[in-house]
Design a protein around this ligand. Structure first.
Ligand SMILES: Nc1nc2c(c(=O)[nH]1)N[C@H]1C(S)=C(S)[C@@H](COP(=O)(O)OP(=O)(O)OC[C@H]3O[C@@H](n4cnc5c(=O)[nH]c(N)nc54)[C@H](O)[C@@H]3O)O[C@H]1N2
Ligand SMILES: Nc1nc2c(c(=O)[nH]1)N[C@H]1C(S)=C(S)[C@@H](COP(=O)(O)OP(=O)(O)OC[C@H]3O[C@@H](n4cnc5c(=O)[nH]c(N)nc54)[C@H](O)[C@@H]3O)O[C@H]1N2
Ligand code: SF4
Ligand SMILES: [Mo]
Length: 708
């Protein structure tokens, strides 16, 4: 039997013979990556003392840690009654959801619930992680593009650091590619483990990657290194692109990026002259002020160098097999409600409004639905939604559901999100742990974990596969799956017709029937290839690769990529350092696992990485407690003196809280307000990517450090 681990988004397929605590997961085949300690010690994570096992109701003020255990019926009855009252008073659009579909296995079902309820106000932290990349790929190629590691002879990484416990599947792909002689170009200010494997390591200044890709395009066009045939036959906008790229000669960009012009030229040639180069997705490109331009530049490089549908595969939307579109049922949400989506005026690319621009192209290819890539294309704008929740308009948001994600810690401006939750009439968290977000909720509903649930269906609509996963343990205590919760609420709100499946199993049978399969057939096969009738075609409005994007132009944006320096804040004298949030750690995952003893032992404290010379200048020694401050906020970290960190810059860890410390707002939400990176970063427009509105966490933000 197999299961798919989602303790992190690596999604490793595991062989799990047996049942219950005795199961020791193994790799599915000798060639599969060794699985990490989180999966092998799954029982320690499943059974840890803080795991939520009963529905809880807050009987104090919001944020006061006063909890009462209640039954599921009482919880769902009360939530449904309160939701109905809010909808009656403010309309269905006053209900918002934030979700990470990967963490509950039922991608699509939340949107179905929202569409039938009548609200367009869905957000996910995928706006800072691949969701926005997918959206830019769509604007350029019509669909998300996947790197073909098997054929790659040149890999370009923008800040990805991979290791045995940092996305081991991709790490193995990288190892295999290097072993067969592939070239590796790593663009990263830090000397990471992955950078040490690189043939070319470009220590770029933070947040300046968009200038680098424009300069590569400049070299490739000037030196005639592009694929003329492909450009002529399959793209639009090359002339305009060439004019734009002429503004970015390596000699000018060298000063912006801090990379010698000669190295920019050399790496551009290595990439363009490869047979099968890839630029795999990485989150670093998703968290910059120039994200859209950087991602557009990457898309353009793949296209003009002729790698599309060779080493970079444009699958197009899967037909029927995915069935997520049927599940989402976007047709159930009236256009008038779609038009109310918060933030779609200012940041339309990600919204229903932006996605409607692909409808004709989709119809021409025979698709009749609104396609949503990765559950996040058609979403509200997170910072604008939080503002609306705080009462800053355009209309009230009064109920908030946090579904298998840690909302308050997973965006910029953490204090602003806390204030947003405090201003709600109803907050519900579906969680495994008493996270800072759960601590601000009225009801906390205990969710099952991956080894406790069966799964059928793509949880993200990204690769054209349908996956299955088998439970090998019972849900702990009263934990339940997300479908059961949605079904329970739908029944109470008079929406049973839209949720005819009595349980998850019936839902799987419905999804699989379109493939001519039953759950019993499907459960033994971890992944089915989906039908991809549009494979290799470009479902953009022009039907071509849009080097100049008609969608961006129609929405009032520059159709071509550009570089603008991040809108810096304070003078260098008062805040001498530049910061970035990231450098993920092997023993944690985003905000999670600080509560798991065997993992916490390995990473006991939130570490600030600081160059030895900078540490000396600030009077900071190894292990010292320090305060890091920006114009937006300050947090406490422990100094780690680190030569690999570029001088004048600091690394801030993402997602730290101390679950062993006191819960509740008065205690800073188990210290999250004292340690989380989101406290330091603003989500005001000056710090957002102008096209997609995602917050910049990497470049131009200045900070000071003081010993405590
Ligand atoms: N064990 C473990 N594994 C994980 C995760 C985890 O938390 N723990 N998180 C998972 C998730 S959700 C994700 S998205 C991935 C993230 O994985 P990665 O994409 O590798 O992200 P980070 O480790 O945050 O950052 C990697 C590098 O980006 C560099 N960097 C920072 N700013 C810039 C910049 O402006 N330009 C460039 N070129 N580089 C920059 C940093 O110096 C750092 O070395 O890892 C996944 N895997
Ligand atoms: N400030 C800031 N914001 C960021 C980032 C950053 O670096 N800085 N990184 C971004 C990135 S790359 C990502 S991927 C997102 C991640 O955003 P989130 O998904 O919000 O982050 P996680 O910390 O992974 O939170 C997952 C939560 O789900 C719960 N959970 C895990 N498994 C299950 C399950 O099986 N069932 C249920 N019911 N709950 C479960 C965990 O307890 C945890 O609290 O955040 C993004 N936001
Ligand atoms: S890397 Fe580890 S935690 Fe992540 S999916 Fe794979 S086995 Fe699970
Ligand atoms: Mo991520």
């Amino acid at each position: 039997m197999h299961s798919i681990c989602v303790f992190c988004d690596g999604g490793c397929t595991l062989s799990v013979d047996g049942e219950g605590e005795r199961v020791c997961p193994k790799p599915v085949s000798p060639s599969a990556p060794a699985i990490c300690s989180k999966a092998t010690r799954w029982a320690d994570i499943r059974n840890h003392a803080g795991r939520l096992t009963h529905p809880l109701k807050n009987v104090g003020d919001r944020g006061e840690p006063k909890w009462e255990e209640i039954g599921w019926d009482q919880a769902l009855d009360e939530i449904a009654i309160r939701l109905r009252a809010i909808i009656d008073a403010y309309g269905p659009e006053s209900v918002a959801f934030s979700e990470m579909p990967l963490n509950h296995g039922f991608g699509g079902i939340t949107r179905r619930f929202m569409n039938h309820l009548g609200t367009p106000n869905y957000i996910t932290a995928l706006d800072l992680c691949m969701g926005n990349t997918a959206q830019v790929h769509r604007a350029t190629y019509g669909w998300f593009t996947t790197a073909d590691w098997a054929s790659a002879d040149c890999i370009v990484y923008f800040g990805q650091n991979r290791g045995p416990e940092l996305w081991p599947r991709e790490y193995r792909n990288l190892e295999a590619a290097l072993a067969r002689g592939a070239k590796l170009i790593v663009v990263d200010p830090r000397v990471t483990e992955t950078a040490e494997l690189a043939h070319y390591h470009l220590r770029i200044n933070y947040g300046t990657d968009a200038a680098l890709v424009l300069s590569w395009i400049n070299v490739i066009i000037e030196e005639g290194l592009y694929d003329r045939e492909f450009v002529e036959a399959q793209t639009v906008g090359f002339e305009e692109l060439a004019t734009r790229a002429a503004d970015y000669p390596p000699e000018r960009v060298a000063a912006i990026c801090g990379i010698e012009a000669i190295k920019i030229r050399e790496t551009a040639r290595v990439y363009a002259l490869s047979e099968a180069a890839i630029i795999p997705w990485g989150a670093t490109a998703d968290m910059q002020r120039n994200s859209t331009s950087l991602l557009r530049g990457q898309c353009i490089l793949r296209a003009i160098c002729g790698f599309l549908n060779k080493s970079e595969l444009v699958y197009g939307p899967p037909l029927r097999t995915s069935l997520s579109e049927l599940l989402y049922d976007y047709a159930a949400l009236p256009q008038a409600q779609k038009d109310k989506q918060i933030g779609a005026d200012g940041y339309p690319l990600f919204s229903f409004r932006g996605n409607a621009l692909y409808d004709d192209a989709m119809r021409r290819a025979g698709f009749e639905f609104t396609a949503d890539i990765m559950a996040s294309s058609c979403m509200a704008h997170p910072p604008s939604l939080f503002a609306a929740m705080r009462g800053e308009g355009p209309y009230p948001i009064k109920a908030f559901f946090s579904v298998a994600n840690n909302t308050v810690m997973s965006f910029a401006n953490m204090q602003g999100i806390v204030d947003a939750l405090l201003n709600q009439d109803l907050v519900v968290a579906f969680e495994a742990n008493m996270t800072p977000t759960a601590q601000l909720s009225d009801y906390v509903l205990p969710g099952d974990l991956w080894m406790e649930r069966d799964v059928a269906g793509p949880v993200f609509d990204i690769a054209p596969v349908i996956t299955t996963s088998n439970a090998f343990a019972e849900p702990l205590g009263e934990c339940r799956g997300w479908y059961d919760v949605v079904k329970g609420l739908a029944d109470r709100l008079g929406m049973s017709d839209a949720f005819p499946w009595r349980n998850a199993r019936e839902l799987f049978e419905y999804r699989l029937a379109a493939l001519g399969l039953t759950w019993e057939d499907a459960r033994t096969n971890p992944a089915f290839a989906a039908e991809t009738p549009a494979f290799g075609s470009f479902l953009t409005p022009t039907g071509k690769v849009e080097l100049a994007s008609s969608v961006l132009a129609a929405l009032g944006y520059d159709p071509l990529p550009y570089y603008e320096p991040p809108a810096g804040s304070t003078a260098r004298e008062s805040r001498p350092f530049e910061i970035f949030a990231g450098a993920r750690e092997p023993a944690s995952y985003n905000t999670n696992y600080h509560q798991i003893a065997f993992l916490r032992e390995r990473e006991p404290e939130p570490l600030l990485f600081i160059h030895p010379d900078d540490a000396k200048a600030c009077g900071v020694s190894e292990g010292a407690a320090v305060r890091v401050s920006t114009d937006h906020g300050s947090i406490k970290l422990v100094a780690h003196i680190d030569e690999r960190q570029m001088e004048g810059t600091l690394r801030i860890p993402h997602g730290w809280w101390k679950p062993e410390t006191k819960p509740g707002l008065a205690a800073g939400l188990s210290s999250a307000l004292a340690h989380n990176d989101g406290v330091l970063f603003s989500d005001d427009p000056w710090n957002l990517d102008p096209e997609q509105g995602l917050a910049n966490l990497r470049g131009g933000i200045r900070a000071s450090v003081e010993p405590l």
